[in-house]
Design a protein around this ligand. Structure first.
Ligand SMILES: NC(=O)C1=CN([C@@H]2O[C@H](COP(=O)(O)OP(=O)(O)OC[C@H]3O[C@@H](n4cnc5c(N)ncnc54)[C@H](OP(=O)(O)O)[C@@H]3O)[C@@H](O)[C@H]2O)C=CC1
Ligand SMILES: CC(C)(CO)C(=O)C(=O)O
Length: 322
């Protein structure tokens, strides 16, 4: 199986290295040729919490190319699956770079936090079969090293956002076989027929934790340290849940408790949004709180708290804070 990974960052390198170590052919597609050359020169190291030795992939065994060459390569050597592991902020560029792929079948899996990207991608690539992956894995790349926070869970399924919904060229068996391959590579991965519920569960968790940690510059666990913080968290949560109800989005009755547990389980984490702000990068706020605001407008409601945070975070772009 050839697995193409677009975005050789934290998540892409974690999955790619472990899939390759399990015997799969992995090709990385990077934003710059320079990054592809560096990967082939330096190789990769994956550090896992319960492994004494890092997984080491030699540069000579790495296939990495600039994304500009992807469509051309697929014309004569198509892959089986395209795993999209870039941030939401890169989605427009990616759509531009891959929309000329005419080969079928074209099976794409999107790993992004937030929502809105799949509908956009599906609109640009009507014949592609697009799935969402929701993962609780935590990975951080530092140079040619990736640190895996712990063993998370990954679910893959087809969202309502992927329209027209169809089983796709890979077929149900193709997806099951991919999931099996991911499991063999050392991930707890399952097919989900309730992926939208998981997408919206993650959306509300990100919409509460990410912007607040970025504004207050605290770790996820520090959100729980005083009443002022948890009061604002709860108000953000209630605003989003009201919008979910009005939009017909189902959520578990104990979702608030689940959100608090995520803060506790990832207590020492710097959220991805705080990390982006501290590094002066654009954040994924548009696809998270921006989408909560859009959902509100679609059902005739407003989302003043989410909208305020949207603007507070966007006002930090592009220079971030230090
Ligand atoms: N890391 C994690 O633990 C988790 C991440 N996610 C989600 O997964 C997604 C990816 O996150 P993460 O891996 O942390 O992000 P990273 O920033 O670590 O990796 C993204 C990679 O995409 C590359 N990229 C950007 N633009 C392009 C392009 N046009 N063509 C090819 N490659 C490009 C970046 O390169 P460059 O740096 O050169 O721009 C970078 O190497 C996000 O949406 C995140 O929310 C979800 C759950 C967990
Ligand atoms: C769940 C959480 C908040 C963990 O840090 C996350 O997904 C993120 O940082 O983007």
């Amino acid at each position: 199986m050839i697995i193409d990974i677009i975005g050789a960052g934290s998540l892409g390198l974690l999955y790619g290295s472990k899939l390759q170590a399990a015997g799969q052919q992995v090709r990385y597609w990077t934003r710059t040729s320079e990054q592809a050359s560096n990967m082939k020169r330096l190789g990769l190291q994956i550090k896992e919490p319960n492994e004494a030795e890092a997984l080491s992939i030699s540069g000579a065994d790495i296939q990495a190319h600039c994304i500009m060459k992807l469509a051309e390569t697929w014309a004569h050597s198509p892959g089986s699956w395209l795993l999209l592991m870039v941030k939401q902020t890169a989605m427009d560029d990616i759509i531009h770079d891959i929309k000329s792929i005419s080969k079928e079948p074209l099976n794409i899996i999107c790993f992004q936090n937030g929502i809105g990207h799949v509908a956009k991608l599906q609109k640009a690539m009507r014949r592609a079969t697009i799935h969402n992956a929701i993962t609780t894995e935590g990975a951080k790349r530092i140079g040619n090293e990736v640190i895996r926070a712990g063993e998370g869970q990954t679910w893959i399924g087809q969202s309502e956002e992927a329209s027209p919904r169809h089983v796709g060229q890979a077929g149900e068996n193709g997806l099951i076989s991919l999931v099996h391959t991911i499991q063999q590579a050392g991930f707890d991965c399952t097919v989900s027929n309730q992926i939208d519920k998981l997408i919206y569960r993650k959306l509300i968790i990100n919409a509460v934790i990410n912007p607040l940690t970025a504004v207050w510059r605290v770790s996820n666990g520090e959100l729980l340290l005083n009443k002022e913080r948890t009061t604002i968290m709860r108000q953000l949560y209630d605003e989003a849940i009201t919008i979910y109800r009005a939009s017909g989005i189902t959520a578990d009755a104990d979702l608030w408790e689940q959100l608090l547990k995520v803060c506790q389980a990832t207590a020492s984490n710097t959220s991805s949004m705080l990390a982006d702000v501290l590094e002066g990068r654009r954040t994924e706020i548009d696809s998270i709180n921006g989408q909560v605001v859009n959902l509100a407008h679609q059902c005739g409601l407003t989302a003043p708290l989410h909208e305020t945070l949207l603007h507070l975070i966007k006002a930090m772009h592009p220079e971030g804070v230090n």
